[in-house]
Design a protein around this ligand. Structure first.
Ligand SMILES: [Zn+2]
Length: 104
């Protein structure tokens, strides 16, 4: 027996290119998944793809972390008190926008 041939016969199928054709569409799905607006069946389908696709998995993790950061950041930067004042200010502006204050 000689070990020089090395012909295993792994031909006929094209190698995976890394990303799937529907990976771009998946970004939107991930958003809906994080929003909790996705059906259980669709969520499982997405989960199955994430289990098989590393780029999409990292994308999901990235978006999930981003959301957490935004939520925490917004909560600190925009307290309810400030939001109320901004809303009151907006009402003032929208109410007085018709008045043509001519001074000079
Ligand atoms: Zn993918």
């Amino acid at each position: 027996m000689s070990v020089g041939d090395g012909g295993h016969g792994v031909t006929g199928m094209t190698p995976p290119s890394g990303t799937h054709a529907h990976c771009e569409d998946l970004a939107e799905r991930i958003e809906r998944f994080l929003d909790g607006e996705m059906d259980a069946s669709e969520a499982r389908e997405l989960d199955g793809h994430l289990d098989d696709c590393l780029p999409c998995t990292s994308e999901r993790d990235l978006r999930a972390r981003l959301r957490e950061l935004i939520r925490e950041g917004c909560a600190e930067q925009a307290p309810a008190d400030l939001v109320e004042r901004v809303r009151a200010r907006l009402q003032e502006v929208s109410a007085g926008v018709e008045q043509d204050d001519d001074r000079g």
